[in-house]
Write a protein that binds this ligand. Structure first.
Ligand SMILES: O=C(O)CCC(=O)C(=O)O
Ligand SMILES: [Fe+2]
Length: 489
């Protein structure tokens, strides 16, 4: 047995031991007492992360809550799940056609076909709308996420180290994909910023590839997951290696491999923090890659108010125009769940209404996950407005989404997030721990795969064959003090 195999087995044995211990001390899915000085046990959130991160053996994904199961079964097997009607019993396409018009709408059945959202008693403030987007609408938004929204002035993780062309990396990729430019043409290789100029005006954090390419990057973090709690960037982690494995920078001018930790308070800030924020220095060691490989290194882009990952605060002076259709869509989601819900038949009651007219899409993150990426547990608490819902769309491969509570001590609920689903986090759920420990292979819906009738889709289908995309939208300012409505409506 190789050292690596032995290490994996030892880790698995440790995980099993801890899982068994956690099960013994917690037979229900409720808050556990805090561990206080306890240094031996991992938190239940961490346990669950480890459970779904494991590669050997493959975790049981059927443990995750699947809101697309037939409703009778779903409500029978999960008594804590409640169903609520969308506001006014309307269909989503009545809030905005950007959701896509479903066949039932086309044949005039819309008044009879109601759409529903789901709540969960352990996660007050969570609202789940399964299959919200039609396949056509999903394709449109996926194109937006890859081609349009990833362009300047929106910033991506790549901007720190690369001089990405203003026309966007995807356009370059498309040119090579469609043989409009050849790999013999040196201009298709995006240069390093450090090589082009010395001006480190890039935004965001490092593309901090972890050199640990086995399945246990998470193990390298604090055993109780404190690293994430203390503010490591919630981001899809980078497990796979660049073509050229880059050495860890050692000089003081190079960006840290891990994002800086900042003290975290339980308080969401209430006033903009305008202290100057320094960006990491561009590295001279990132690999030069063909566009088809560089697009797979794109981890996130930020929309609207740009985010400063090292300090986990917004650049309140950097506000890129927010894509209009996303303003409309997110407001429509808030309208659909605003005041929705009191449905006596189904017993659900939505308790944290937020008036749609107060909702303004001000900041967004698009997370691009490759199959082995994951996003460790975290709370999004940088927004000044802690009441506005956070609206989150999923596309491409399904994932395991862990939704916990206000601390890592609450046992999280694993949810199967699928392409076209919407998750809204509002009320107390806005400060709940959550993360994405696993992208599930072979779950790309057929309608997102290559389609001989639509060759234009090929390039997107190729990308999605190994990816998941999450687009989430937030309101940063409280409605009354908000003076910068970028919704362009
Ligand atoms: O990928 C997801 O579904 C979650 C993303 C997330 O939590 C975040 O960007 O803060
Ligand atoms: Fe998050």
């Amino acid at each position: 047995m190789s050292n690596r195999q032995r290490k994996i087995m030892e880790r698995q044995a440790e995980k099993n031991r801890l899982l068994a211990a956690a099960k013994r001390s917690s037979s229900t899915n409720t808050n556990l007492p805090t561990t206080g000085e306890n240094t031996s046990a991992r938190t239940p959130f961490r346990e669950s992360e480890l459970q779904f991160l494991a590669r050997h053996p493959v975790p049981d994904f059927s443990l995750a809550l699947d809101f697309r199961r037939p409703v009778e079964e779903l409500l029978r097997d999960h008594p804590k799940v409640k169903r609520v009607r969308l506001n006014g019993g309307k269909r989503l396409s009545q809030f905005s056609e950007l959701f896509g018009v479903k066949e039932t709408d086309v044949d005039g059945q819309e008044q009879k076909q109601e759409e529903y959202a789901y709540l969960h008693e352990d996660h007050p403030g969570m609202i789940y709308i399964p299959a919200a987007f039609t396949p056509v609408a999903q394709r449109t938004l996926i194109k937006g996420c890859l081609k349009e929204y990833s362009r300047h002035p929106n910033k991506s993780n790549l901007d720190t180290h690369y001089k990405v062309p203003t026309s966007g990396l995807w356009d370059l990729h498309e040119n090579v994909y469609l043989n409009k430019q050849s790999l013999d043409d040196p201009t298709v290789f995006v240069p390093r910023k450090a090589d082009v100029d010395n001006q480190a005006n890039g935004y965001g954090s490092d593309d901090d590839d972890d050199d640990d390419d086995d399945d246990n990057e998470a193990e390298a973090q604090d055993s109780n997951g404190k690293k994430q709690e203390n503010g490591a960037r919630p981001k899809p982690s980078q497990q796979h290696q660049p073509a050229t494995k880059k050495p860890k920078p050692s000089s003081a001018t190079n960006p840290p491999q891990r994002r800086a930790m900042v003290p975290i308070t339980d308080e969401t800030p209430t006033v903009p923090d305008n202290t100057p924020k320094t960006d990491p220095e561009p590295s001279s060691q990132v690999p030069i890659l063909p566009p088809s490989q560089l697009v797979r290194k794109m981890r996130w882009i930020t929309l609207g108010y740009q985010y400063h990952w090292p300090s986990k605060t917004y650049h309140f002076d950097q506000n890129a125009p927010f894509p209009k259709e996303l303003c409309i869509l997110s407001k429509a989601v808030v309208a659909a769940v605003d005041n929705s819900g009191e449905d006596e038949r189904d017993g659900g009651k939505f308790e944290y209404p937020y008036p749609a007219e107060d909702f303004v899409a001000e900041a967004g993150v698009i997370n691009y996950y490759q199959l082995k990426d994951r996003l460790m547990g975290h709370v999004d608490r940088s927004e000044l407005n802690k009441h506005a819902p956070l609206v989150s769309f999923s596309f491409g491969h399904s994932c395991i989404y862990l939704l916990g509570g206000p601390t890592r001590e609450q046992v999280p609920t694993p949810i199967l997030l699928q392409s076209g689903d919407i998750l809204v986090m509002t009320g107390p759920c806005r400060s709940a721990f959550h993360g994405v420990p696993r992208i599930i292979e072979n779950t790309l819906p057929e309608y997102l795969q290559k389609d001989p009738t639509d060759p234009e889709w090929d390039i997107y289908a190729d990308y999605l064959a190994e990816a998941r995309i999450n687009l989430n939208i937030r309101q940063v300012y409280p409605p009354k003090t908000n003076t910068t409505d970028t919704s362009a409506e």
